[in-house]
Design a protein around this ligand. Structure first.
Ligand code: HAS
Ligand code: CU
Length: 542
C-alpha cells in the first residue's frame, strides 16, 4: 500500500480512537449520575454537557472517521490506489476542523443540546457550522467511494466489484441522499437562527428534516459493520461466505429503503397525519428484512467455518469458532447483542408499542445494542485486524485485545437489559437524576439503574483496553511490512446469471430510492411548509 494512503487511513483512525476515548470517559459519569450516586462536579449543567459530548463524539465522530478509514481501505484494496488522494486529505482536514469547532462549543458549555440538537434548544453557531463541515467533508468521501466503484467496474469489464466495495458504495449513496435532510435543517433553519438572522424556528419542520437524515444515519453506521460481517468475518473464522448474491441484495435493499422511514421517530409528534406515519411504518417493516437476510447468511457462513474447524452436532460448531481472535469474537458478540437490539427495534416500530417506550430508558438501551454494539464493537474488532496491517506493526497488548470484546458484551448486557426494563416501568431517557425527590414510583427502577451503572463501569474498562491496545500498537508495536486485507471467498462463485445482476446497478437503485423518498416525504413536507406555522425563540437552559 502506498505510504500516503496508509497515513490517510491512520489519520482517520487516530481521530476516531481519541474521540472514542473521551466519549467513553464521559459515559461513566453519566451512568453513575443516573444511579443517583454522587460523583465529583455532578450537576445538571455538567450532565447535559457530558451527554452531548458523549453522543456527538461517539455517534458522529468515532463512527464517521472509522467508516471513512474503512472505505479508503476497501477502495485501495479494490483498485490498488484511492481516487483523488489530495481531495481526501483536504476533506480529512475539513472534518477535523468541523469536529474541533463542535467539540469546543460543547466542552465550553455553549452547546448542551444533545446529539439530536432538537430546537428550540439552541447552541452556539460553531456547533452547527462545525457539524455541517463534517457533513460536507463526508460528501468528498462519498464522491471518492463512488468514483472507485466506477473505476473498478470499468477495470473488471462486466465482472462484479468486490462485495466490500459494493456495500461501501451503497452506503455512500445512502449517505448522500440522507444528508440532504440535515444539510437543509442546518442551512435554512439552525445556522441563520443561531446567528440571530431570524428570531424564531419551527421545531416540527426541524424534526422532520432531522429524522429524514437520522434514520438512514443508523444504517450508515450499520452497513460498514455488515461489510465486515460478510466480507471479512467468514474468512477470519476459517470459513466461506454462504451466499454472495444474497449479501449483494442486502446492501442494495438498504440503499432503497433506508430513508423513507423517518416518521417512526415521530409517531408521538403532532402535525403529521396518521396515514403518513402508517406509510413509514410499512417501510420500516420492510427495512428489517435485509437484516433478517443478514442474520441468515452470516450465521450460515459462521456455521461453515465452525464445521470446517471440526465442530460437530447441532451447536458444536459454535464452540469450534476462534473465540480467542478478538476480530472474530467481536463480531460474534456484536451479532448476539444485535439480535436483542434488532428485535427491540421492531417493537419501537409498532405505533401502539412505541407509545409505551418512546422517550424512556428503553430507547437508550435499544441504541446501545445497535449502534453501541452491532456497529461499535464490530469497528473495534476490525481495528485489531486493520490497524496492524495498515500501520505495518504487530498488535500490542494482545491479552487486553482478547478480553476487550467480552468485557463490552458483559457491560452492554448489564447496561442495556436493565435499561429496557427500566424504560418499561417508566424511567424517562435523558434525565439527570432519577430519584424524583424520593417519589414512590422512582423506587421501581432504583436497583435497575444501579446495575446499569455497574454495566457502565465494565464498559469503561473495555473501552480503556481498546484505546490502550490501538494506541500501544500505533506508537510502540514492533515494525512489520504492511499487508493487504484479504476478503472472504464465497462458497460458490457468482454465476453468469448474477453477473448481469440487476442488484449491482446501484445508480438505478439510487433513482428508485429518490422516488420512494419523494413519495414518503413530499406531501407531509409541503403541508408543514404551507399550513399556519408557529415559531419558537431559542432556549439555553444551562
Ligand atoms: Fe433503531 C430509535 C426502529 C435498527 C439506532 N434506533 C433508534 C435510536 C437510535 C437507533 C440511535 O421504529 C434513537 C434515536 C433517538 O435518539 O431518538 N431500529 C428500528 C428498527 C430497526 C432498528 C425496526 N436502530 C437500528 C440500528 C441502529 C439503530 C441498526 C444503529 C446502528 N429505532 C427504531 C424506532 C426508533 C428507533 C422505531 C424510534 C423509537 C422512539 O420512539 O424514539 C431494524 O433495522 C432492526 C432489524 C434487525 C434485526 C436483527 C437481525 C439480527 C442479526 C444478528 C445476527 C447474529 C450474528 C451472531 C451474526 C431484525 C443480523 C451470530 C453469533 C453466534 C455466536 C453464532
Ligand atoms: Cu429509525
Amino acid at each position: 500500500m502506498p505510504r500516503t494512503t496508509n497515513r490517510l487511513i491512520l489519520a482517520h483512525i487516530w481521530v476516531s480512537v481519541l474521540a472514542f476515548g473521551v466519549a467513553a470517559a464521559m459515559a461513566v459519569m453519566q451512568a453513575l449520575s443516573r444511579a443517583n450516586l454522587e460523583v465529583p462536579y455532578r450537576s445538571a449543567r455538567m450532565y447535559y454537557m457530558s451527554v452531548t459530548a458523549h453522543g456527538v463524539l461517539m455517534a458522529l465522530v468515532f463512527t464517521t472517521f472509522f467508516i471513512m478509514a474503512l472505505g479508503y481501505a476497501v477502495a485501495h484494496r479494490e483498485n490498488g490506489a484511492i481516487k483523488w488522494p489530495r481531495l481526501a486529505w483536504a476533506m480529512f482536514g475539513l472534518a477535523l476542523l468541523g469536529t474541533t469547532m463542535a467539540a469546543w462549543a460543547i466542552l465550553t458549555f455553549r452547546a448542551s443540546v444533545l446529539y439530536t440538537f432538537y430546537p428550540p434548544l439552541q447552541a452556539h453557531p460553531a456547533f452547527y457550522i462545525g457539524l455541517t463541515l463534517v457533513v460536507v467533508a463526508s460528501w468528498g468521501w462519498c464522491a471518492s467511494m463512488i468514483a472507485s466503484w466506477r473505476e473498478s467496474r470499468r477495470r473488471n469489464s462486466g465482472r462484479p466489484v468486490s462485495l466490500a466495495m459494493h456495500g461501501t458504495t451503497a452506503n455512500a449513496m445512502l449517505w448522500l441522499l440522507a444528508t440532504i435532510g440535515v444539510a437543509s435543517e442546518m442551512l435554512f433553519q439552525l445556522i441563520p437562527w443561531s446567528l440571530g438572522w431570524v428570531k424564531t424556528i419551527d421545531p416540527l419542520l426541524a424534526r422532520m428534516l432531522f429524522w429524514f437524515f437520522g434514520h438512514p444515519l443508523v444504517y450508515f453506521w450499520l452497513l460498514p459493520a455488515y461489510v465486515i460481517w460478510y466480507a471479512l468475518a467468514p474468512r477470519l473464522a476459517g470459513g466461506k461466505l454462504f451466499s454472495e448474491p444474497l449479501a449483494r441484495v442486502t446492501f442494495t435493499l438498504f440503499l432503497v429503503l433506508s430513508t423513507p422511514v423517518g416518521f417512526h421517530h415521530q409517531y408521538q409528534d403532532p402535525g403529521i397525519p396518521a396515514g403518513w406515519k402508517l406509510f413509514h411504518t410499512f417501510n420500516t417493516m420492510a427495512i428489517s428484512f435485509p437484516s433478517l437476510l443478514t442474520a441468515f447468511t452470516v450465521v450460515a457462513s459462521l456455521e461453515i467455518a465452525g464445521r470446517l474447524r471440526g465442530g460437530r452436532g447441532l451447536f458444536g460448531w459454535i464452540g469450534a469458532l476462534p473465540w480467542r481472535d478478538p476480530a472474530v469474537s467481536s463480531v460474534l458478540l456484536a451479532g448476539l447483542l444485535f439480535m436483542v437490539g434488532g428485535f427491540g427495534g421492531s417493537i419501537n416500530a409498532a405505533y401502539t408499542l412505541n407509545s409505551v417506550v418512546h422517550n424512556t430508558a428503553w430507547i437508550a438501551a435499544h441504541f446501545h445494542l445497535t449502534v453501541g454494539s452491532a456497529a461499535a464493537l464490530t469497528f473495534m474488532g476490525a481495528c485489531y485486524y486493520l490497524v496492524p496491517r495498515i500501520a505495518g506493526r504487530e498488535l500490542e497488548l494482545g491479552l487486553l485485545a482478547r478480553i476487550q470484546p467480552f468485557l463490552w458484551f458483559l457491560g452492554m448486557a448489564l447496561f442495556s437489559f436493565t435499561g429496557h426494563i427500566a424504560g418499561l416501568v417508566g424511567l424517562p431517557r435523558r434525565v439527570f437524576e432519577t430519584s424524583y425527590a424520593g417519589a414512590a414510583q422512582a423506587s421501581a427502577w432504583q436497583t435497575l439503574t444501579t446495575v446499569s451503572a455497574l454495566g457502565g463501569l465494565v464498559l469503561f474498562a473495555s473501552a480503556a483496553c481498546f484505546v490502550a491496545v490501538i494506541l500501544g500498537t500505533l506508537l510502540a508495536g514492533k515494525r512489520t511490512a504492511p499487508q493487504m486485507i484479504e476478503w472472504a471467498e464465497p462458497l460458490s462463485p457468482p454465476t453468469d446469471g448474477f453477473r448481469a445482476g440487476l442488484w449491482d446497478r446501484l445508480g438505478l437503485w439510487f433513482v428508485v430510492a429518490v422516488v420512494l423518498v419523494i413519495l414518503a416525504y413530499a406531501v407531509p413536507l409541503w403541508d408543514v411548509l404551507h399550513l399556519t406555522r408557529y415559531g419558537s425563540p431559542g432556549y439555553k437552559p444551562f
